[in-house]
Design a binder for this molecule. Structure first.
Ligand SMILES: Nc1nc2c(ncn2[C@@H]2O[C@H](COP(=O)(O)OP(=O)(O)OP(=O)(O)O)[C@@H](O)[C@H]2O)c(=O)[nH]1
Length: 309
């Protein structure tokens, strides 16, 4: 006799419907040296005014220097799927004479979101927690140097066990393709030497189709992503408006895969790895933070010290 059909097979649909109704939330931070185009890239990534069917805030407003940590919420809806995106723009490092600890407020911000989540999780309202944890940090590296500077290393070391780091080479239009490849290799070597953990892309499932596997391999090879941002829409040749940077020698198109890795970066953030970044944040980074909090409370005398605060 055939097995009786109970209906579990519909569970994924139920879960899917529930998630779609609730929407997905995701928090993305940008950090790095001042003036490397962090705010511009955020605008280019999500606040695009090229897609007329999306209702988004005016993207082309002139950008000013970011002086405090700014959080901006954007709701993107495509094909009935809602993503509530929180973008965290941080002040650039390196403006003051002594900036050895100018990145501390950013580290503190990331930790505070964990602290908040831990408090909420142990509170009465734990079913309705607003998750403000930073799921991913795009770390901007200068295209003009010879790789990571001591300041970059110090910051990355301070946050690599608290947030998924994705390194990006900023203003890649300043480099020739060969220079970009050399800089990428240098940065990969430095990350290894300095034992800095960046976000590890999961292995591709063996049953994925060939096209997906190829895209996945291409994405992994692109790291650190070399990106170009622009708030300007240019019409080159008069046909299609494209986001780009115009020079006397031609136009660099932000969304042209032959010009930079912008599309690879956006695809991974939005289409392919959003959920994995969230899971790593919760299961590994947050759990690690929670375990270290519990451990420090268990140490002799720690309870007394904590209650005296
Ligand atoms: N050549 C080039 N210039 C860029 C690029 N992205 C941004 N810029 C320019 O760089 C300048 C600084 O850009 P912002 O986006 O304000 O840089 P930021 O990193 O947010 O700066 P802070 O707020 O000081 O941290 C602006 O004049 C941008 O037009 C890029 O990809 N290539």
């Amino acid at each position: 006799m055939d097995k009786e059909y109970v209906g579990f097979a519909a569970l994924p649909n139920q879960l899917h419907r529930k998630s779609v109704k609730k929407g997905f939330d995701f928090t993305l931070m940008v950090a790095g040296e001042s003036g490397l185009g962090k705010s511009t890239l955020i605008n280019s990534l999500f606040l695009t005014n090229l897609y007329e069917d999306r209702h988004l805030p005016e993207a082309s407003a002139r950008l000013t220097q970011t002086l405090t940590i700014e959080r901006r919420g954007v709701e993107i809806e495509e094909g009935g799927i809602k993503v509530k995106l929180t973008l965290v723009d941080t002040p650039g490092f390196g403006d003051s004479v002594d900036c050895s600890d100018c990145w501390l407020p950013v580290v503190r911000f990331i930790e505070e979101q964990f602290e908040q989540y831990l408090r909420d999780e142990s509170g009465l309202n734990r079913k309705n927690i607003q998750d403000s944890r930073v799921h991913c940090c795009l770390y901007f590296i200068s295209p003009f140097g010879r790789g990571l500077r001591p300041l970059d290393v110090a910051f990355l070391r301070a946050v690599h066990d608290k947030v998924n780091i994705i390194p990006v080479i900023a203003k890649a239009d300043a480099l020739m393709p060969k220079e970009t490849q050399a800089l990428k290799q240098r940065i990969r070597d430095q990350l290894k030497e300095e034992e800095i953990n960046i976000y590890q892309f999961p292995d591709c499932d063996s049953d994925e189709d060939e096209d997906f596997k190829r895209q996945d391999a291409e994405m992994k090879e692109s790291i650190p992503f070399a990106v170009v941002g622009s708030c300007e829409v240019v019409r080159d040749g008069g046909t299609r408006p494209v986001r780009g940077r115009r020079y006397s020698w031609g136009t660099v198109e932000v969304e042209n895969p032959h010009h930079c890795d912008f599309l690879n970066l956006r695809r991974m953030l939005v289409q392919t790895h959003l959920q994995d970044l969230k899971e790593v944040t919760h299961d590994i980074l947050y759990e690690g933070y929670r375990a270290s909090c519990l451990q420090s409370l268990a140490r002799p005398g720690a309870r007394d010290r904590a209650s005296r605060r």
